[in-house]
Write a protein that binds this ligand. Structure first.
Ligand code: HEC
Length: 399
């Protein structure tokens, strides 16, 4: 009972599978069956009579043996000679004039149509089949471009590789011709090491550089940061310093040319206040940063009281272009006590600065003084005075 049940299920499944494959291949199977019938009925006899005289297994003229094909299936196993046969039949090259049994016009037409039918049906049956696919490596050009796409840098990983051999077709990307040898594997490993030596491990991940030394990497990054700041800043205020015996230029670039911004704001003040021109418009026309221009404008036009800005705003209200140097001098004084410029190369290091320009709190809450104490007159107590021009006299005494 149980066995029967199992058997019935299997049978049903098998029939379903058969029906499925039958419906998919129905047309093709019918095609080949009809072609095979025609082969047996007429075409094989024509071939035997007009071709095998010279193309039998024994004769094999022109290296061609047509006798070995006994069915359509065998023809499908080796179609190349039949492709040629269609050509020579069309061109009336075969059978040659000396043949004992030439083809009638009717036979030539029928034989050609039938061979073509076999070739076409075979092509349709194999449509979409790429043929055997071999596991292949990238060729040298593919590897080079792939590495460039992945790293963003034009490295030459295949520089030491042998030239790719071309297959019969002349192409260098045919899997069968892309050989791999133990020595090439070694070269691949060396190339991978070479690529890895261009990798920079940065806080935000890996990036690749055209160079391989950390010194060059630092310089690249510094140059990029400088380029970024250079768009809207000046190279004024360069100072030469000597660090460990090496003369260096510091503060080269990156300073905001405040005078240019002030001058433009003074010139355009009327238009800006009345709203006939926008800050964006002014910034664009004078090639200044809109963000910086806006910050300066807000600070100067602001009304909330500020011990630092109040005096400056007063002067700004009536300032003319010739007052710019004076305004800049006042601003520079405050800049010096409120900001400090760090070293770009140290940004992002542990405990290093987070920006190039960092704020400084100028208010000191402690001041250490060291003085040798003279011996006291009475041998018991001494009196000291701290004197500041801004503070009332302060008396300190110690015993
Ligand atoms: C009388 C002898 C003879 C007969 C009959 C004959 N052939 Fe040939 N066939 C030759 C010879 C000889 C060559 C080689 C010619 C050459 O290499 O230039 C040849 C070459 C061919 C080639 C190869 C051509 C090529 O360059 O690849 C094909 C295909 C061919 N024959 C098909 C046929 C067919 C189909 C028939 C029958 C319809 C046929 N031959 C009948 C003698 C014959």
């Amino acid at each position: 009972m149980n066995n029967c049940f199992r058997f019935c299920v299997l049978l049903t499944l098998a029939i379903a599978a058969l029906m499925h494959s039958a419906s998919v291949n129905a047309v093709q199977v019918d095609d080949f069956a009809a072609l095979q019938n025609e082969f047996a009925a007429t075409q094989q006899a024509i071939l035997r009579r007009s071709c095998l005289e010279c193309h039998s297994t024994e004769q094999k003229q022109g290296e061609l043996d047509l006798e070995r094909f006994h069915s359509v299936t065998e023809i499908r196993g080796d179609v190349i000679p039949w492709q040629r046969a269609v050509e020579v039949l069309d061109d009336r090259e075969m059978p040659p004039e000396e043949a004992t049994h030439p083809l009638t016009a009717e036979e030539r037409k029928s034989l050609t149509r039938w061979i073509r039918g076999v070739l076409d049906a075979d092509a349709r049956a194999n449509a979409g089949d790429p043929g055997p696919v071999v596991l292949r490596r990238l060729n040298n050009a593919e590897l080079t471009y792939t590495v460039e796409d992945l790293t963003g840098v034009a490295l030459q990983p295949a520089q030491e590789f042998p030239v790719d051999s071309a297959a019969g077709e002349g192409f260098t990307n045919v899997g069968n011709a892309l050989v791999m040898s133990p020595s090439l594997v070694q070269k691949y490993l060396d190339a991978a090491k070479g690529i890895a030596s261009h990798a920079m491990l940065l806080p935000g991940g890996i990036e690749f550089s055209p160079s391989t030394t950390s010194r060059d990497w630092t310089n690249e990054k510094l140059a990029a940061i400088r380029r970024f700041y250079a768009r809207y800043s000046d190279s004024d205020a360069v100072t030469s310093v000597t660090l460990q015996g090496i003369p260096l230029e510091t503060n080269g670039g990156g300073r905001l040319p405040v005078e240019k911004y002030l001058l433009v704001l003074i010139q355009e003040r009327q238009a800006l206040v009345s709203g006939t021109r926008s800050l964006a418009d002014v910034a664009r026309q004078s090639s200044l940063s809109e963000k910086y221009l806006n910050t300066l404008w807000q600070a100067l036009q602001g009304t909330e009281p500020s011990p630092i800005l109040d005096g400056l705003r007063e002067q700004w209200k009536t300032a003319q272009p010739e007052h710019v140097p004076d305004l800049v001098r006042r601003i520079a004084q405050w800049q010096q006590s409120l900001w400090r410029f760090t070293t770009i190369g140290h940004i992002g290091k542990r405990d290093g600065p987070t920006a190039w320009q960092v704020p400084v709190n100028p208010i000191a809450t402690r001041q250490e003084l060291r003085r040798p104490l003279p011996p006291s007159a009475d041998g018991k107590s001494s009196t000291f005075f701290l004197d500041s021009p801004r503070m009332p006299e302060t008396e300190l005494s110690t015993t």
